[in-house]
Ligand binder design. Structure first.
Ligand SMILES: Nc1ncnc2c1ncn2[C@@H]1O[C@H](COP(=O)(O)OP(=O)(O)OP(=O)(O)O)[C@@H](O)[C@H]1O
Ligand SMILES: [Mg+2]
Length: 453
């Protein structure tokens, strides 16, 4: 007879252990392991072997994606919501998750599909106030409910095409003793909703809270369970918001959506280069990067400050850039390009709260730092892209043509790029084989002569 196993699961990180431990071996938290039963004897005994079928025999008509009516959201999802999929949207409090999803539901309902909003955080009246402010969401059906059984039963009987659960942390299953928002509850809710989504064909969007360090709260299993994880980020004190996919089973995870928060809701920014890619002429320590985010090239202003320091370990602080990559760029600048930074603090910041993760932006970061260190502005109307190698040689960045097109669109006349990149249209390319050459080409020659004199 099959055995019922007892497992102990960490309430913070989901690590499981065969016996109880005072300290979680996964995350090091104390007293977080809780007992769980796995597999009831009756259930396991009745299991019968199933018959697999060859993939070729599975009928799969490419399901049509449901457009959310918000083009930036569609782009990040890979072209719209896939029917019967489960999407998790995470973001800090107040960043605009409810606003974005209500706007999307409104558009979906207007296109003649059945859209349901399950709200556990706000009352129906509060949501209706927001809907009145945003406009166009009158046809969305709303259910203020936190009981998981009721929500699942409603979804099964109503069968809406798209359903938003705001938020998954407020749902609770009465069968479980723990409080709403606990690991067991969140996992149960996600598992049940996944089953309903696949069986009843309801595309479900879960809103999830994030912890202080930015991860989606609750167990990591939640991220494995869903088809798509979207992160909504941005400074609460600036009006720009960035939406990116950290996981997507049906599309690229590199796509980026840019929004602006206005009184009438979130408005997509179709051309973020115009917003983030402009520097002031003659400003020391600012360079324009042409980075590629998914399929979209985007111009971003990179700012740097180099300040003398007495610290034994000078500071390298980067906002919007990977700290390891930045440390590497600073080291290569010192070793191969003659920009000594050993006794200086270096600060780097990317405009608009955007994070660049792509190595193609290396050269612009290096250019901004070199400009700040030498007190010489970068040439006017110049952008840069290219990956920096540890030997000081520049490596070609992917899809150079698309980047150059974007530069031409924004009126950039001159681009410094790795050797082998050829110019197109109105953009003149200065090819550079090494970082040293690229910096010489990128900094304003007149100011450089002045600074040297
Ligand atoms: N009248 C208004 N005019 C402009 N912006 C507004 C207005 N009302 C709300 N906002 C913006 O909407 C944001 C809140 O959006 P929303 O409620 O969608 O966030 P949320 O991510 O769902 O938050 P929570 O996690 O608390 O549910 C606020 O930060 C504010 O910037
Ligand atoms: Mg909300």
């Amino acid at each position: 007879m099959a055995k019922v196993t007892v497992q102990f699961t960490c309430a913070d990180c989901g690590t499981t252990s065969g016996r109880w431990l005072g300290k979680c071996p996964g995350c090091g938290a104390f007293g977080t392991l809780v007992e769980e039963l796995h597999g009831s004897a009756a259930e396991l005994a009745s299991a019968r072997p199933a018959q697999p079928v060859p993939i070729g025999e599975v009928s799969a008509d490419e399901a049509e994606r449901i457009s959310t009516g918000v083009s930036e959201l569609d782009r990040v999802l890979g072209g719209g919501i896939v029917p019967a999929s489960l999407v998790l949207v995470g973001g800090e409090p107040g960043v605009g998750k409810s606003t974005l999803l209500l706007t999307a539901l409104g558009a979906i309902a207007r296109s003649g599909r059945r859209a349901l909003l399950v709200t556990g955080e706000e009352s129906a009246a509060q949501v209706s106030l927001r809907a009145a402010r945003l406009g166009g969401a009158e046809a969305v059906e709303i259910l203020a409910e936190t009981d998981l059984d009721v929500v699942c039963a409603t979804l099964e009987s109503l069968q809406p095409e798209v359903c938003v659960i705001d938020s998954v942390q407020t749902l609770h299953a009465s069968a479980l003793g723990s409080a709403p928002g606990s690991v067991a509850q969140v996992r149960e809710a996600a598992g049940r909703l996944l089953r309903v989504a696949k069986e009843s064909g309801v595309a479900t969007v879960l809103v999830g809270h994030v912890t202080k360090d930015g991860a989606v709260a609750g167990p990591r299993v939640l991220e494995h369970l869903v088809d798509c994880v979207l992160q909504f980020e941005g400074d609460r004190y600036h009006e720009h918001r960035i939406l990116r996919a950290t996981k997507n089973r049906f599309g690229s995870t590199n796509e980026l959506g840019v929004f602006e928060m206005t009184a009438a809701g979130l408005v997509g920014v179709p051309d973020p280069s115009e917003l983030f890619g402009t520097t002031h002429p003659g400003e020391v320590g600012a360079a324009v990067a042409c980075a590629l985010e998914g399929t979209r090239p985007i111009l971003l202003e990179v700012q740097a400050l180099v300040a003398p320091t007495d610290l034994a370990m000078p500071r390298r602080v980067g906002t919007g850039v990977d700290p390891k990559r930045m440390a590497m760029i600073v080291a290569v600048l010192g070793r191969h390009a003659g920009v000594a930074l050993a006794s200086a603090d270096v600060f780097v910041n990317v405009a608009g709260g955007v994070r660049i993760e792509e190595p193609g932006a290396d050269l612009a970061v290096a250019l901004a730092i070199a400009s700040a260190a030498r007190g010489t502005p970068v040439r006017e109307g110049l952008a840069a892209f290219g990956e920096i190698g540890l030997t000081g040689r520049l490596r070609q960045a992917s899809q150079a043509e698309r980047r150059l097109e974007e530069c031409a669109k924004l009126g950039i006349a001159l681009v410094v790029a790795p050797e082998g990149t050829t110019g197109r249209g109105s953009v003149r390319v200065t090819p550079a084989e090494s970082l040293r050459v690229a910096i010489k080409a990128g900094l304003d020659p007149e100011s450089a002569a002045e600074a040297a004199a």
